[in-house]
Design a protein around this ligand. Structure first.
Ligand SMILES: NC(=O)c1ccc[n+]([C@@H]2O[C@H](COP(=O)([O-])OP(=O)(O)OC[C@H]3O[C@@H](n4cnc5c(N)ncnc54)[C@H](O)[C@@H]3O)[C@@H](O)[C@H]2O)c1
Length: 249
């Protein structure tokens, strides 16, 4: 088991990539606190996980809220005593032309995708500094590396996540804390469906255009996150892991 003795916080863990990552972490022996804005989906996922695992805890959280973050960190310490891994996974997607994009939409995307990641790192790093170890993984996207039409909101937010990752990696490296970002292509989740709808195609059609001839699965991302969280990656920090079937070649 690659994550035995680790304690992890995973945001947006009730669905999609986050939910699969919670499951993979539990299989690898990690204790997990997962959070989500959607309490119903979170409670349902918790019940599923509890059929096989006991070191699992769910907290409803809006990642934009500093007081919610304080609660997540204090409950994790109370329950499991330390924090080894933070996967800042929660995120939202919107595709729109710049003329149609409202300031409210801009603030919402930045609030969840950027402020959420900032607050998570800010709250967890003091604990990791005391431990003199930790691994933070921030969910960016291929959209954080490449431009595309109608992606002003999502692309700007995920580009920010990529650079925040590098800045903080440089800042906390003296404490043996590693910070990396993941950059998925199109992944089979409800968000992946929205991405396909936004460009007027199906995910199957997108898959045909991917060099590896398929869209990604939540497992494809979860496996990369397990690697970045584990001691198999102790010399990797400040980098972007692209998981896209070759779209960015
Ligand atoms: N699916 C893709 O194709 C794809 C591609 C690249 C990057 N990503 C990124 O991967 C991450 C996960 O995406 P997914 O496809 O699993 O999405 P998803 O929509 O399936 O799941 C996201 C989860 O985040 C939760 N969430 C939303 N806002 C929240 C908030 N304010 N606070 C707490 N939780 C919140 C949702 O309730 C949901 O359970 C996101 O950051 C996304 O941008 C996804």
């Amino acid at each position: 088991m690659r994550l035995q003795t680790k304690v992890a916080i995973i945001t947006g863990g009730a669905n999609g990539i986050g939910k699969k990552t919670v499951e993979r972490f539990l299989e690898e022996g990690s204790k997990v606190v997962f959070t989500d804005l959607n309490a119903d989906d979170g409670t349902k996922a918790l019940q599923e996980f509890q059929q096989k695992f006991s070191d699992i805890h769910f907290i409803q959280q809006n990642v934009q809220s500093e007081s919610d973050w304080a609660k997540v960190v204090s409950e994790t310490i109370e329950k499991f005593g330390r924090i080894d891994v933070l996967f800042n996974n929660a995120g939202i997607y919107k595709s729109k032309s710049i003329e149609e994009t409202t300031l409210e939409e801009w603030n919402l995307l930045m609030g969840v995708n950027v402020t959420g990641v900032f607050l998570g790192m800010k709250q967890v790093i003091p604990i990791m500094k005391n431990q003199r170890s930790g691994s933070i993984i921030n969910a960016s996207s291929l959209a954080g590396l490449r431009g595309s039409a109608y992606h002003i909101l999502y692309g700007a937010s995920k580009g920010a996540v990529r650079m925040m990752t590098k800045d903080i990696a440089a800042e906390v490296a003296p404490y043996s804390i590693r910070v990396n970002s993941t950059h998925p292509g199109v992944i089979q989740t409800s968000m992946g469906d929205d991405v396909a709808k936004g460009i007027g195609v199906t995910t199957e059609q997108i898959g045909k255009g991917v060099p590896l001839k398929r869209t990604g699965t939540p497992d494809d991302i979860a496996n990369a996150v397990v690697f970045l969280a584990s001691d198999d990656s102790t010399y990797i920090t400040g980098t972007e892991i692209v998981i896209d079937g070759g779209l960015n070649i």
